[in-house]
Structure formats: C-alpha cells, structure tokens
Design a protein around this ligand. Structure first.
Ligand code: MG
Length: 170
C-alpha cells in the first residue's frame, strides 16, 4: 500500500467586466465602489475562481455546469451559495480543505484594507481556520482592461486532502 498522502491541488480563474450601477462584491464582502462586476450572479470573481479551484481539486466539474448562466433562477445569486455547493462536492468525495490562496486583480479601489474581512468570510464559508486562507490584491498598473478599470480578474489555488483514490476502493 502506498503511504502517499491523498492531497489534491486545484486552480481556478475568473474575469468580469466592471460597469456602473452594480455592487462590487469580492470574497463575499461588499466593497464601496462606483463600479461593480457585471454578471449573472452577484459577480464575485474571487468566489467563482475559488469554487472552480475546489471543484477541480476534487475532479467534480466546474461552476459553469453547476450554475449555467442561462438559468434565469440564478439571477443575482449570492456567490457564497456557489462556493458552498463546491465545498459540499469536495466533502462528498471525502475531501477537506487544507488551504487556499487567492489573487484579485483590480485597479481601484485598493483592497488591502478589506483583506482581513475577506479572509474571515472565506474561512467561514469554507469552514476552516482563518490562517488557512490568504488573499492578495494586485493592480493592473494602468495596463489593459484591468488597468483601465474595465475588468476584475481573480485566480485561486486550493489544496485539499483526503479524497480517496477510486482505484483503491475497488
Ligand atoms: Mg464569474
């Protein structure tokens, strides 16, 4: 029998257009801003990237399949529900979240003052200690769609443990 720990990594990315008259919600936290992310749900790019990272680590699909953007009933959906569904699927295959790391690219506002509330909210949603969640914000340096304030992007990586190898159950 192999003694290799059952660790899995996952990666997720997301991109949303920024427009007037939309709330800006990042990592489940409402950020004061004149522009927010256009999207079918609440447009939380950070939680979408994280949900995809979780699903990928557990080989359980992707959020576009679970929450199709042509499903009218999902209009304005709280992305915390998307993340919670991804977490349920990780748990269903025996997985536990070890840690997550997130990067959000946004020209303004600067997000450092919101880092701790975002970490706390994500830790709460993932049911893990605060110390297992980190969040970084990067500007677009004035370049491209992000730098011109027309888009927000997010990247997430996650490590999970405990997913059993299917082959070992057979
Ligand atoms: Mg998205």
């Amino acid at each position: 029998m192999s003694s290799v720990p059952h660790y899995r990594v996952g990666i997720g990315t997301d991109l949303h257009r920024l427009v007037e008259n939309r709330p800006l919600i990042i990592g489940g936290v409402r950020i004061p801003s004149s522009r927010g992310a256009l999207g079918h749900s609440d447009g939380d790019a950070a939680l979408h990237a994280l949900a995809d990272a979780l699903l990928g680590a557990a080989a359980q699909g992707e959020i576009g399949e679970l929450f199709p953007d042509d499903d009218g009933s999902l209009e304005g959906l709280d992305s915390g529900e998307i993340l919670s569904e991804a977490l349920r699927r990780v748990h269903a295959v025996g997985g536990k979240v070890v840690n997550v790391d997130l990067v959000v690219q946004l020209e303004r506002p600067r997000l450092l003052p919101y880092r701790e509330p975002i970490r706390r909210r994500i830790a709460e949603l993932l049911q893990v200690p605060f110390s297992r969640v980190f969040f970084k914000a990067k500007s677009g340096e004035g370049l491209g769609a992000i730098g011109e304030g027309r888009a927000i992007a997010a990247q997430a990586v996650v490590l999970i443990e405990g997913v059993e190898e299917k082959e070992e159950r057979e």
